[in-house]
Design a protein around this ligand. Structure first.
Ligand SMILES: Cc1ncccc1-c1cc(O)c2nc[nH]c(=O)c2c1
Ligand SMILES: [Mg+2]
Length: 228
């Protein structure tokens, strides 16, 4: 039945955002999703909290769980210094394809790591992995030569927040001071994840109240520092 929502976002951006200008791509997505059609980007309000946490953490290695159209990937990437690496995992191949095309429009040097034809080692900041986070997380050290993540942005599916966090711990991908930032802990909600990070002695957790993207509905993000 014609186009999908991610395609409509992509077409709007291609028509109205300036090539090579990541800020204009971000604001074009926000204006489309607030004026034309809602979509599950982290959005501008929670996006400002994300920005603040990225700037405060100054991460060199970032993991994002849930790329969707790449809106938060671009918000994070624009604040990272050259040499930093941002790995984003998406299990929906259509979402991943749209994200890649949005990165291209934004002039973000992004690479589809699942593609065969790629130069060895990271030549660019954003590395998009296609697949399930529970399958890919245990492969990150070996396949991508990553040791620990300084920041993890969790924004995929609420039932996966807790198991994937436990997996990150078990795979030795977190170090003392690593920051987890989880979207949607109020809406749609991730109660088991919240219970865990708020009660575990291994985390210091803080809730940032906000609103669901583009709506007047309450939501918030949870920042949890791993204590090792
Ligand atoms: C889709 C939706 N409907 C009503 C209320 C909230 C949502 C919603 C919002 C988000 O920011 C999401 N982020 C990642 N993954 C999601 O599934 C998701 C779902
Ligand atoms: Mg979200």
């Amino acid at each position: 039945s014609g186009t999908t929502r991610p395609m409509r976002i992509l077409h709007y951006v291609q028509r109205s955002a300036k090539c090579g200008d990541v800020l204009s791509v971000i604001s074009a997505i926000d204006s489309f999703c607030s004026k034309v059609e809602w979509a599950m980007n982290v959005g501008d309000k929670k996006g400002e909290i994300l920005d603040a946490v990225v700037l405060e953490t100054r991460p060199r290695y970032v993991l994002e769980l849930g790329t969707y159209c790449g809106y938060s990937t671009m918000r994070i990437a624009r604040l990272l210094p050259p040499g930093a690496r941002l790995i984003t995992i998406e299990m929906n191949s259509h979402y991943a394809q749209v994200a890649k095309e949005l990165f291209q429009h934004a002039g973000l040097d992004a690479q589809d790591k699942s593609a065969e034809k790629r130069p060895a080692g990271p030549t660019c900041k954003v590395e998009l992995l296609l697949g399930s986070s529970s399958v890919l997380i245990p492969q990150l050290k070996k396949k991508l030569d990553i040791d620990k993540f300084d920041l993890v942005f969790i924004d995929h599916w609420k039932v996966s927040y807790l198991p994937d966090t436990r997996l990150l711990e078990e795979c030795g991908l977190l170090k003392s001071g690593s920051v987890l930032l989880a979207d949607n802990v109020t809406c749609p909600g991730a109660p088991d994840y919240l219970e865990y990070v708020r009660n575990s002695p291994r985390y210091r957790s803080q809730y940032f109240p906000s609103q669901l993207e583009y709506l007047q509905v309450e939501d918030g993000v949870e920042k949890s520092v791993f204590l090792g």
